[in-house]
Write a protein that binds this ligand. Structure first.
Ligand code: TIU
Length: 223
């Protein structure tokens, strides 16, 4: 039980105790990083998201080595779509919407191949895995209770996409009192300029939503 510091975090030093901190990996599932899934159905080039997998894995390995809590999320709906508002489903292309059959099974549906976390980042036994119906990880999930019953007060965010599910989750967490940091090289967007803008807006105004730092800076703090 020790207090660690990332002195070079943005916009200023970030302190955390690994025993009270969770590493959160948002939606690193096949639907967002492989062709034929939800990300592609929205018209995106999904291949650029695959580039962060090694950095996310390295951070996971370092975090697992210190015995820290890990939470994986997946954006996935119930097979009967009872947790998918029509407004969300109707937003996609008519030919390939949430629940429709694609090359990785039904798009964005729990239990289908597309909803699986990529093999490199597969959860280990004992790690938390939560399916979420929204972009944010608190809406319609038990995440807040799971974190609080483990004494978690600080969250380190990775995953995809920076400005959609990662940012929404970090904002929801900030409003609930968690001290949040986004891992700069552990997150990616389909739109490079959106990633840059998101990191800026989260850390502006004296860490209005939270901090940012690189995997190298965090791993140095863990040494
Ligand atoms: N479309 C997009 O950028 N993201 C999502 O729909 N979900 C997540 O970010 N996981």
């Amino acid at each position: 039980n020790k207090q660690l510091t990332v002195p070079t975090a943005q916009p200023f030093a970030y302190s955390f105790n690994p025993a009270h901190t969770a590493l959160v990996v948002i939606d690193m599932q096949r639907d967002f990083v492989e062709p034929g899934g939800f990300g592609a159905s929205l018209g995106n080039d999904v291949t650029r998201l695959q580039a962060i997998i090694p950095a996310v894995r390295a951070m996971l390995d370092a975090w697992r080595a210190v015995g820290g809590t890990v939470l994986h999320t997946r954006e996935a709906h119930a097979p009967d779509l009872s947790d998918c508002p029509p407004a969300k489903r109707l937003r996609g292309k008519p030919s390939m919407r949430i629940g429709d059959a694609g090359p990785m099974g039904r798009i964005l549906i729990a239990g289908e191949p597309g909803a699986e976390i990529v093999p490199e980042l597969a959860p280990l036994p004992g790690e938390l895995v939560v399916d979420k119906p929204g972009k944010g990880m608190f809406y319609g999930t038990p995440v807040d209770a799971l974190l609080r019953e483990r004494g978690i007060t600080h969250l380190l965010f990775m995953g995809v996409t920076t400005e959609v599910c990662v940012q929404t989750s970090m904002r929801e967490a900030n409003d609930r009192g968690y001290e949040c940091l986004i891992v700069e090289d552990g997150t990616e967007s389909y739109f490079p300029s959106y990633k840059v803008a998101t990191l800026s807006m989260l850390t502006a105004q004296g860490a209005i939503v939270g901090w940012s730092a690189t995997t190298a800076e965090i791993q140095q703090a863990l040494q």
